[in-house]
Design a protein around this ligand. Structure first.
Ligand code: NAP
Length: 491
């Protein structure tokens, strides 16, 4: 194991504070919060940690800045956002190391997230120039009709710890690009990555109050957003449970809501697929970020003809994954992000074992590390619906294997969940691929593609996995209001 890494190892961000009205600022009461490195449990940094009064200041700054920012042109805004993208790319190596140290994922995964954040800023900077309205033919000769797009207003964003930069960028970039102002809150466990992004925004010349960062109490932040009528939209990524509570709160002031919630993605393998190749892709997809990914495959449906071969290959690949501190070259699986996550993984595996599942590899906290939240990549079979792992979103490095015979049967089983975020299908048969894409209840479907997310395509869930879409033109539209203007002409 590498030596404990402390704040001195963090090159970016330079700041350990909130960003309000163009100033880096401490909490009003001076409170601070320790950020823990999940690879060695050391204190990595201490950041300002605010309360309601800090959140109110950040919201007030965004409200004050909205009239001027909303009147800038898409071209002026794009110039700043493209500079943000450039700064992120210039600082990418340092930002990726910071993300690894606070979140745990290996550096190459962190670097990919940082680069996707830059791509997201660039794409929305360009796309906002095409936020066209419509001229609508009138049915009366003395009238003219048009539908014009208008920024929705002040936006609050709440994001989790698993993709601390990318998930926030899917909200901040389109909101700023169309002329909204924002107040963002990172998860307590991973504030440094978002502070790093805000340093790029500040250094790119974003005007004071247009983008504000609050680090602190999630409940008090939510109160500040929901009790302020001028906040017109809240965009949340997190669990379905918290999402539902926030949707209820939105009723009082009829705020627009975007909800990116939990998932329980099926991965389905048909017998014509290349089994060894798919098993490797499935293992890499499953153990990416330790399964702590909303679109992580978490129910593996294997056609009976290839079930045995797939199982053997998957177990072998999972055993061969290199686990360790994400900063060490060659690491494929880092620590889970906190002790509670490790305990939840163990609970799910214990429950499955107690109900008859077979643990084919893993199944316990790794004994190879004195410190850090390392859980062995785990593959289990003989699972059924009596087990928690098939009913609850696992968010853990556990791969439950199931069998199937017929297409209709696997569609019904895959859809038998309140979630509908992602689904994966491996087949080279066009008819099967088409029937699956049409039959699966999921907002994102990867056919022979285990990593479908990209800035220009819509991302989001059906059923209890969410409301609305991020990324793509849909992700831009969700920060726009449509105003219909009807003009009556004289005589
Ligand atoms: P979570 O408990 O819902 O928390 C998400 C964020 O919301 C955290 O920053 C949390 O901060 C904050 N939060 C919690 N309760 C809140 C409240 N009452 N008011 C305002 N903010 C509140 O989710 P998590 O367990 O951290 O994250 C994992 C979940 O996110 C999974 O369900 C995963 O599927 C989902 N997710 C979805 C997507 C997607 O795009 N669909 C992407 C990634 C993750 P505190 O913990 O400090 O309270």
């Amino acid at each position: 194991m590498s030596a404990t890494l402390t704040e001195a190892a963090v090159e970016y961000p330079k700041q350990r504070r909130m960003y309000v009205e163009g100033e880096w600022t401490d909490a009003i009461d001076g409170n601070r919060l320790d950020v823990i490195n999940p690879a060695d449990e050391s204190v990595l940094a201490s950041v300002a940690h605010g309360r309601r009064a800090d959140a109110d200041r950040a919201v007030a700054a965004a409200v004050k800045a909205f009239p001027a920012w909303s009147k800038t042109t898409a071209y002026e805004r794009a110039k700043i956002l493209k500079t943000v993208a450039d700064l992120i790319r210039t600082r990418a190596d340092a930002l990726a190391r910071t993300m690894t140290m606070e979140q745990g994922k290996p550096v190459p995964e962190a670097k990919a997230e940082v680069m996707q954040t830059a791509d997201t800023f660039e794409w929305f900077a360009e796309e906002a120039k095409r936020a066209y309205g419509r001229i609508i033919p009138p049915s009366v000769g003395t009238k003219r009709h048009m539908a014009i797009s208008h920024p929705v207003g002040v936006v609050g964003t709440i994001t989790p710890w698993n993709f601390p930069m990318a998930l926030a960028s899917r909200k901040i970039a389109p909101a700023l690009a169309v002329g909204c102002t924002v107040v963002s809150r990172p998860a307590d466990q991973t504030p440094l990555s978002l502070i790093g992004l805000f340093e790029c925004l500040a250094d790119a010349g974003i005007p004071p109050g247009v983008a504000n960062l609050f680090v602190g109490s999630s409940r008090e932040f939510a109160d500040a957003l929901f009790e302020e009528p001028a906040v017109r939209k809240v965009s949340f990524t997190g669990s379905t449970e918290v999402g539902k509570a926030l949707i209820r709160r939105s009723a009082d002031t009829v705020k627009r809501m975007s909800m990116e919630l939990g998932g329980h993605a099926p991965l389905i393998v048909f017998p014509d697929a290349d089994v060894a190749q798919v098993a490797q892709a499935a293992v890499i997809g499953k153990f990416r970020n330790n399964g702590q990914v909303c679109i992580s495959p978490s129910r593996f449906f294997l056609h009976e003809k290839i079930r045995k071969d797939f199982t053997e290959a998957a177990v072998e690949f999972a055993r061969g994954l290199k686990m360790g501190n994400g900063l060490e070259p060659g690491t494929q699986v880092g620590p889970m992000f906190e002790a509670k996550a490790l305990a939840k993984a163990q609970e799910l595996v214990d429950d499955a074992r107690a109900n008859g599942a077979a643990i084919l590899t893993g199944g316990a906290r790794s004994t190879r590390f004195d410190k850090g939240y390392f859980y062995e990549p785990t593959v289990i079979s003989d699972v059924d619906r009596s087990m928690r792992i098939l009913n609850e979103e696992p968010f853990a490095p556990v791969m439950p294997l199931l069998g199937f015979d017929k297409l209709d049967e696997v569609i019904a089983a895959a859809n038998d969940t309140p979630y509908g975020l992602a689904a994966y299908v491996f087949t080279n048969d066009l008819t099967i691929a088409t029937r699956m894409a049409e039959g699966l209840e999921a907002g994102i479907i990867g056919i022979n593609d285990p990593v479908p997310a990209t800035p220009q395509c819509p991302f989001g869930g059906m059923k209890e996995s969410g409301l609305g879409r991020e990324l793509g033109v849909e992700g831009l539209e969700s920060y726009l209001e449509t105003k219909y203007v009807s003009i009556g002409l004289r005589g």
